[in-house]
Design a protein around this ligand. Structure first.
Ligand code: ATR
Length: 290
């Protein structure tokens, strides 16, 4: 029941209408019998500073941050974690005693999802398709957790090269190629896939409603040695993931990353272990209703 002691956490974005987060966190708060509530708030750009000032003013637990504010909120925070600084984006804010601390749970959520899918990337090589914000969280997290080598493919090769340079600064071997290298089935690209145990698809290709689209990876480059992780979760199996499954790879979609970024945020806000299965069921129900 909501009463005078209820504490709130909020999602700050613009827009936030289709977010699954309220269903996921409110189910978790109920399962743990916490007197907390989660609300999604659409904040126009001119109101972002005021919205962040409201976190301590209203004594909120904290916030999640989504598009288009993950980078912009950083300048309003008292502190940020080292991994969120490297990623250059914050998706979770923890409020404690008037101070706002920024975290990035997308990266840690991704890692937990990959481990749940049966792979530990430590000491292994990985391929990343895409070089946007999500790819950056994935690449930095893999580099900070002992991946041996990263090869990035992106439509805009300069963006991939920028991400590869950041990864090399962390002491991890990294290279970047354009999409054309995939489409032309180049030897360097083929050998990158052959060395990798993990292939991560981070672009929006294949996402509902354009479900026929897929990155131009030759299916014969994918084998039973790979875990192919597609950050897209709607549809549950993209055309790319289906091709990977048919090629014998282990596959997983982005629902796990969505779930575990929320699990980590819940644990940061409440200090309690998150009810993972309750949260997963809430997300699945949202997807079915969608
Ligand atoms: P996100 O935060 O979801 O990663 P983003 O930062 O806008 O979003 O990045 C989108 C990624 O998807 C980029 O790697 C983008 O490639 P470019 O850097 O060349 O733009 C990739 N992407 C989006 N649409 C694409 C398409 N139709 N074909 C190939 N890549 C695409």
């Amino acid at each position: 029941m909501i009463d005078a002691d209820t504490r709130a956490a909020v999602l700050l974005g613009y827009p936030v209408r289709h977010s699954f987060s309220p269903a996921m966190y409110n189910a978790a708060f109920q399962a743990r019998r916490l007197n907390c509530v989660y609300l999604a708030v659409s904040v126009p750009p001119a109101r972002l500073a005021a919205a962040l000032e409201a976190l301590p003013a209203l004594d909120l637990l904290g916030a999640n941050v989504t598009v288009p504010y993950k980078e912009r909120v950083v300048s309003f925070l008292d502190e940020t974690t080292p991994d969120s600084r490297l990623i250059g984006a914050v998706n979770t804010i923890v409020h404690r005693d008037g101070r706002l601390v920024g975290h990035n749970t997308d990266g840690s959520g991704f890692l937990r999802a990959v481990r749940e899918a049966g792979r530990d990337p430590r000491g292994e090589a990985a391929v990343i398709l895409g070089a946007g914000g999500a790819a950056r969280a994935v690449a930095v997290t893999l580099a900070l957790h002992g991946v041996k080598e990263l090869v990035i493919f992106n439509r805009t090769v300069e963006r991939g090269a920028g991400l590869a340079a950041l990864i090399r600064k962390q002491g991890v071997a990294a290279a970047a190629y354009g999409w054309d290298e995939l489409a032309a089935a180049g030897a360097r690209a083929r050998s990158a896939f052959a060395r990798a145990c993990l292939i991560v698809q981070t672009t929006s290709l294949g996402m509902h409603p354009r479900t026929a689209e897929a990155p131009p990876v030759p299916p014969e480059w994918i084998s039973a040695n790979h875990l192919v992780y597609d950050l897209v979760y709607n549809p549950a199996e993209t055309a790319f993931l289906q091709a990977a499954r048919l090629a014998g790879a282990r596959t997983a979609n982005g629902l796990g990353m969505l779930l575990y970024q929320g699990v980590v945020a819940f644990e940061l806000w409440t200090g309690q272990e998150a009810p993972v299965e309750t949260m997963r069921a809430a997300l699945r129900a949202c997807l079915e209703d969608n």
